[in-house]
Design a protein. Structure first.
Length: 445
């Protein structure tokens, strides 16, 4: 449109002063998007012009400068100025738009339509990226999503403010917003009994362990291990293989120590292979009898122990210690069986279980993950760390022929007819790979 130029800054255009100029501009012709992309400047211009295409300069009409008035004239110039709405001189953008920046309201209908087209194109691209299924090589349609979420924003009230998609994404990628499992009311959960002693038994070839919480576990390895590890009570066992057990380990020694023993250690070994009973470095109870532990408890060695009298002579060490800890150690020729009765202790764990009334976490794998396979050197109660073999292969019951399994079964039942299934299976296993002596030794408890 025509625009009259000149006058003093800040005043309306008029005839006096520098002459009157008529600036006549023709809109640019644009090569694409229906010729509607000229009215843009700055970053906005870059976006629209980039999508619409560049204007063809040859389509501009030349500007004419018209002089007039009382003392003026006219001349054709390469650059030009305009006075917009009485605001004085100002720079005319190179694209020739007739509006004062930043006043986009001057932009015409073509500019508005151009923006609508651009936004629609961007939305279409987003739909293609998010909602269009990707085709699997075999023709299966696979939904592909690229949604991401800020898992810190509104996390304190995620249950009410996050969408289902955000909850699922943040749970999978940031472990936040995961579904909350409703806990069983405390009133319906039986508390752990802290006043009734419970029993752990370690016996046989493997060795086998019946935990305080009623689980059955098979160690099937060698080394020094924790039977009980708590703040006050430390009980460790030494598991080693011998020649005639087909690669199965036996309990070769037990040691009792920890703060409740005030620095003292009681160690008990089998009858043969140099086995002894030691209070610290002193051998005690070599001929039976009892031994006072200087205010920490009492040790007794006799032939009484176990629930069944399946052998003619027993060799049993009894330890009655402080904190209600009691041990019964049955000494056999090449190994020992250990029975521990005690009350739960603070921070208790070990291969005898963690005293929480739950069986599932007393397995060999679970305890190994919590404590490791063996006792750390700095925590060792034994004076020497035993050499262990490299062959950790453990025989399976199928390697015992059916005829041998049935013979072992009859021997175990002959020693004790009311064996529980878990005990009977382990007795058969031990007789198959350790010998008939286990038919009497395994049924003591």
């Amino acid at each position: 449109q025509p625009m009259y130029m000149g006058g003093h800054p800040g005043m309306p255009a008029h005839d006096s002063g520098g002459g009157r100029q008529l600036v006549q501009m023709q809109h640019q012709d644009v090569t694409s998007f229906m010729g509607l992309c000229h009215c843009a400047s700055g970053t906005y211009a870059q976006l629209v012009q980039g999508l619409c295409g560049k204007a063809t300069e040859s389509h501009h009409r030349p500007m004419q400068y018209v002089g007039g008035g009382d003392g003026g004239g006219w001349a054709l110039e390469n650059t030009y100025q305009y006075a917009g709405q009485g605001m004085g001189a100002g720079f005319v953008p190179e694209n020739g738009c007739l509006y004062e920046e930043p006043r986009p309201s001057r932009c015409g209908v073509g500019c508005i339509l151009g923006v609508v087209v651009v936004l629609a194109a961007v939305a279409g691209i987003a739909v293609l990226l998010v909602g269009v299924p990707a085709l699997h090589k075999k023709g299966t349609v696979v939904q592909t999503r690229v949604d991401t979420f800020n898992c810190d924003q509104d996390f304190d009230s995620w249950q009410t403010r996050w969408s289902d998609d955000q909850q699922a994404w943040c749970c999978s990628n940031a472990l936040k917003g995961c579904p909350v499992t409703t806990a069983t009311p405390l009133s319906t959960v039986a508390p752990v009994d802290t006043k009734t002693p419970k029993t752990c038994i370690v016996w046989g070839a493997g060795p086998h362990i019946s935990t305080f919480d009623g689980a059955f576990a098979d160690f099937n390895n060698e080394g020094e291990v924790w039977l009980v590890k708590s703040t006050e009570v430390h009980i460790q066992a030494k598991f080693l293989k011998i020649k005639n057990t087909h690669g199965l380990a036996l309990t070769r020694a037990v040691a009792v120590g920890g703060p409740f023993m005030q620095g003292h250690i009681m160690k008990i070994s089998p009858l043969e292979d140099g086995g002894h009973i030691y209070w610290d470095d002193q051998e005690v109870l070599a001929t039976g009898g009892s031994f006072d532990l200087f205010g920490l408890g009492k040790a007794t060695y006799d032939g009484v122990g176990g629930a069944y009298q399946t052998v003619e002579a027993k060799h049993v060490v009894h330890l009655a210690l402080n904190l209600g800890v009691n041990l019964e150690v049955m000494r056999w020729s090449s190994h020992i069986s250990v029975k521990i009765d005690m009350l739960p202790q603070a921070a208790q764990d070990g291969y005898c279980g963690n005293f929480n009334d739950l069986e599932f976490d007393d397995s060999f794998v679970e305890v190994k993950q919590r404590l490791g396979l063996k006792v750390a050197k700095q925590d060792m109660l034994f004076e020497f760390i035993a050499w262990t073999t490299r062959n950790n292969r453990v025989p399976v019951i199928d390697e015992c022929l059916a005829k041998g399994r049935e013979a072992a079964r009859q021997q175990c039942i002959g020693s004790r007819s009311d064996l529980a299934p878990e005990m009977l299976d382990r007795c058969i296993y031990d007789v198959c790979f350790g010998g008939v002596a286990f038919a009497q030794e395994d049924v003591m408890y």
